[in-house]
Design a protein around this ligand. Sequence first.
Ligand SMILES: *Cc1c(COP(=O)(O)O)cnc(C)c1O
Length: 390
Amino acid sequence: MKGFQLTEKEINQIVEKYPTPFLVSSLEEMRDNYRFLRKHLPKTGIYYAMKANPTPAMLQCMYDMGASFDVASAGEMEQLHALGIPGKRMIYANPVKDVRGLAMAERLGVRRYTFDDKSEISKIAARIPNAEVMVRIRVVNRNVLVDLNTKFGAAPDEALDLLQMAGHAGLNPIGICFHVGSQSLSTEAYEDALELCRELFDEAETRGMHLTHLDIGGGLPVPSAEGLSVNLKEMLEAIHARMEALFPDTDIWMEPGRFLCGTAVNLVTSVIGTKERNGHAWYVLDESIYGTLSGIIFDHWIYPMHWFRTGEERISSFVGPSCDSIDVLRRDIMVPRLYIGDKVLFTNIGAYSSVSASRFNGFEIAPTLIWEDLFQEDLPADLSRVEMVS
Ligand SMILES: *Cc1c(COP(=O)(O)O)cnc(C)c1O
């Protein structure tokens, strides 16, 4: 994986046509990430967790590569449907489903569902008799940035009871799923979860229930994240080896989100104001923590930043344009002197960024430009051909 990073020259070409802030998404980078997973986990199916980045061209690109999709709401299913993606290529992996979501899943013919409590069984059974269901179990992972197991997952010792209840309610219990938590840097978390699932599969056999499917969830880290201490190839190969040993005949898939899209997107911003505060430099950028940069809060993420000046470095802070004091993007880093109009580039900003941007304080949501559209032909003359995240 090369990683995707615009050069100063490319940025200058694009800003001749488009005002900042904007995002640029490389479909080829996303395809590279997809191929990397395919190569090192060759038997594991891929359901792209579209909540990480549902830009239409990126969804289409993953579909064309052969991916299916992890969806959580009627809105996500509807968006895929609008692209011509059939329900059988979706798993409804939100353990608690609302009425609209179930109605949409029924309409589009979604067959696979996850759940983590008995209260969900009758809801699914009433709408989609004979649906394939997987119980989501809680797993332990200390080496993770975002722990999802405090909110999701049944206790492992209740999992088989839940699957049996689902069977009695007319559903088709096919297997187990887990999610180790997001930005996981631990192979052991996967290995431990796989061991636990093997025990549960064996116990299910003794109860006369033959489980055939395993979903190992998302959580793989953004591949070229700053400071990433794990070797991803080794991590995936270790997970693959453990799956081969423990589940040679089981149908296995994963639900990567950030791994696929994280490195595919850059954000281009401009310095719109400068200040001296207590002897340090402050720069006001034209993108906000309420916009594309909300991952700083929600995803606990520090994005790599790049500027295009050299010279003596000073202690500098970067803030967004909104009138809220929480809108601080980075504090106290060493940066050469920047001037109004200078461009500041953020990389690895493809996951959990544009999707949760708001128009707080009336600032526009930054559009996503598709890299391959920009440079294969002339730049589109207006923003109408540009992908907008709805
Ligand atoms: C969010 C989510 C994912 C993707 O998580 P990443 O950390 O982006 O890989 C996968 N599966 C489920 C059920 C999720 O909720």
